[in-house]
Write a protein that binds this ligand. Structure first.
Ligand SMILES: Nc1ncnc2c1ncn2[C@@H]1O[C@H](COP(=O)(O)OP(=O)(O)OP(=O)(O)O)[C@@H](O)[C@H]1O
Ligand SMILES: [Mg+2]
Length: 377
């Protein structure tokens, strides 16, 4: 995939940004807080529909404006793709693909354009909270599988309703029997959507695990064996959907009292986690800073491979300020393990952090206060 042109209107600190890209590498350089990450964020939203940094859509719209526009011209393997996404501060979106208005702007955006974003925040993948790892899984699965996004949306709605019921049951003094009957309605939906999510997450982990293990072995010169284990609050997860539903139901039944006592839903993919092991030891507790960086690097390179394998398109790579965090050998490793024709956007405050090889034939864009200053190279 190749992003040929990006236009931003009232997006974050960009009133009006327009750039054409015709080199494989684009370096976005500028001091802190000028808008470098904002550009990558806009590109990433076109692939994942979400932004880790924005709690809500209104954060993406320039202050005192009603809506933001992200417009992109993309070259895919065998076609031209044109995406126009309007993000309203009210939270509503509008989407046109190749000039045709779409009815479901969130879901219809997915599966058209693919990205892998690698930023300093990704270092929290190992030691951060479970929600960081879940968001990581979700953002990749949104791109890989449109049905995953729908299942997750429906699942989250059911969990919200169930939580409201559990909370209200306290205040209203509802009988156990009545509560159980009402909970069963939501649990049935939670089992159906949740099992679909679990199956897709497990399938993805199995796939990325094989690739990531190979990368980790090579980064560590054969010393480190990486493993990924999906830790579910559902006991007895399996790759068979019918069996999964049975396990899910059983886990919910067993946690009935616990959920009532806590006043919230505690079983299901919204409470699951992922464990990384290095040589059979949990990375969260034992991995050094360097090892954590290597794992994240291995995961990001694997993300690229899995997306390429499943979608038949090389995703666009967004490297947000990661070079200050990667030493020379890891930078080398990254560089020499990328697909040859991958389009890469790199942000940095200091060009000296970036290896010379990466700067070759790169277009350099200087950013200051949401404006392109000048173009070099
Ligand atoms: N909704 C918004 N409207 C206007 N400005 C915004 C909005 N959201 C963020 N900003 C501004 O965008 C700037 C941050 O942009 P960004 O995160 O892209 O910086 P950066 O160049 O990547 O900085 P760093 O080098 O520190 O990572 C800040 O000045 C912030 O105030
Ligand atoms: Mg930044």
């Amino acid at each position: 995939m190749f992003l040929k042109k990006l236009k931003l209107t009232n997006f974050r600190n960009y009133a009006d940004f327009e750039q054409e890209f015709n080199t494989l590498k684009t370096i976005i350089i500028g001091p802190n807080a000028q808008g470098k990450t904002n550009i990558l964020e806009a590109i990433n939203i076109l692939a994942t529909s979400v932004s880790d940094r924005a709690e809500r859509d209104s954060n993406l719209v320039s202050w005192n404006n009603e809506y933001a526009l992200i417009f992109a011209d993309i070259q895919t393997k065998d076609d031209n793709l044109n995406i126009a996404l309007q993000i309203n501060s009210s939270g509503r979106r509008k989407l046109k693909i190749n000039g045709v208005a779409k009815r479901a702007p969130q879901a219809d955006l997915l599966g058209n354009f693919f990205c892998v974003m690698f930023s300093c925040e990704d270092l929290y993948l190992i030691k951060g909270s479970p929600s960081v790892r879940r968001s990581w899984l979700d953002s990749i699965l949104f791109q890989l599988d449109i049905k995953y996004h729908k299942a997750l949306q429906d699942y989250q709605k059911s969990v919200t309703q169930k939580n409201a019921l559990l909370k209200n049951s306290y205040e209203s003094g509802m009988s156990r029997k009545a509560l159980k009957e009402q909970l069963d309605i939501w649990n049935e939906q939670i089992i159906n959507f949740g099992s679909e999510i679990l199956i897709k997450r497990l399938g993805f982990i199995e796939e990325i695990k094989v690739v990531a293990r190979e990368f980790q072995k090579n980064i560590s010169k054969g010393n480190e064996e990486l493993d990924l284990i999906y830790q579910s609050t559902v006991t007895g997860i399996t790759s068979n959907i019918d069996q999964m539903k049975i396990s899910f139901k059983k886990s919910l039944e067993e946690s009935f009292e616990k959920e009532i006592a806590r006043g919230q839903s505690v079983i299901g993919p919204h409470r699951d986690d992922l464990t990384f092991l290095i040589n059979e030891k949990e990375a969260k507790s034992f991995a050094s800073q360097g090892q954590q960086r290597s794992i994240v690097l291995a995961l990001k390179l694997s993300e690229l491979k899995v997306i390429e394998h499943r979608k038949g398109e090389i995703p666009v790579l967004l490297l947000d300020d990661v070079f200050a965090e990667l030493d020379e050998s890891r930078q080398d490793f990254l560089l020499h393990n990328l697909p040859p024709n991958i389009q890469t956007f790199i942000t940095t405050t200091h060009i000296s952090d970036i290896q010379k090889e990466l700067l070759e034939n790169a277009k350099v864009i200087k950013i200051e206060s949401g404006k392109v200053l000048n173009l070099v190279g």
